[in-house]
Design a protein around this ligand. Sequence first.
Ligand code: GLY
Length: 370
Amino acid sequence: MPLDRRMFLAAGAAAITASSAVARRGFAQPAEGVSRMKAISSANGLKAVERACELMSGNADTLDAAIAGVEIVEDDPDDVTVGYGGLPNENGVVELDAAVMHGPSHKAGAVASLQNIRHPAAVARLVMRRTDHVLLVGEGALQFAKAHGFGEENLLTEKARKIWLYWKESLSGSDDWLPPVYDDIDPDVRRFFKIKPTDAPPGPKTTRRHTWNYERPNGTIHLASRNAAGDVSCVTTTSGLAFKLPGRVGDSPIIGAGLYCDNAIGSCGSTGRGEANLQNLSSFAGVELMRSGMSPKDAGLEVLRRVVATTEPRLKDAEGRPDYDLKLYLLSKDGRHAGVSMWGPAKFAVCDENGPRLEECAALYERERS
Ligand code: GLY
């Protein structure tokens, strides 16, 4: 009979704390100095970190637990940044990127520009386990997934298609696409683009009696897991930058950019502007800074400062701050963790013996709270 979630967590901690365990809020606490089981992720992974911890409590491998966690988000049609329901490229085709890294073996696997397969992280794990390669892309990745029994399906939901179509129709006033009048706009599209009715005459972002605005999402989920023995693994999975050029690959499937782990040190992964991580190998840098003795938080903030220093002027605001967002999630072998963000306020997800929760990221720059 399945154990209660909290008993799963307690079981994992109790296994290593033996008689020294102290019950607090229903969880057995690890003895001082004894390693803790933990999962951290981007804020969209609250259920994912909980599932990862449940599975690690049952002695699942850290990477298997992490992948099972992110599959909740890959399956979620309401998360338009990952897997099924992800926003498509500029041609309306969903292209997914994912990578996994397994601390104990230091092996990695990845897929990029994968179409029609809703669980790219599981395919990346097979690249790691069942090939002599690390990264498969495009048609080759699809053929590999099909060879392993993954079924093809259309990943473009009606919600994502309508958002994409509105984007396409509103891009320019000098092509032949016309956006709908305000009353005909789908509620999901209105929410996504923050569309409001207006009497203003047509102009940039004012069209057919409404205004539209949005921040182009390059959301993703990254999840890192650590078991009671101190092994670490991580996974990053995404539909990438919304409305990207077909074939654009971000940081998520690139080892060292969108994720990295070293079982002797810990793990780092990212969400946000992938190009910034590709230019700075941010996740590798985060782990290396922890190796040099920095805490997860200090290491993450130092990586963000390096990214700012290499950001080209066209991507900076009048005060020299990046006009994009970037977040890093760091988990050390000894169980410390941090989420850091270019812009705050921002949250990330954590689960340990105290259960799943959102915590505040440390931020380089703060936007005014609304
Ligand atoms: N970080 C996700 C992407 O840029 O594709």
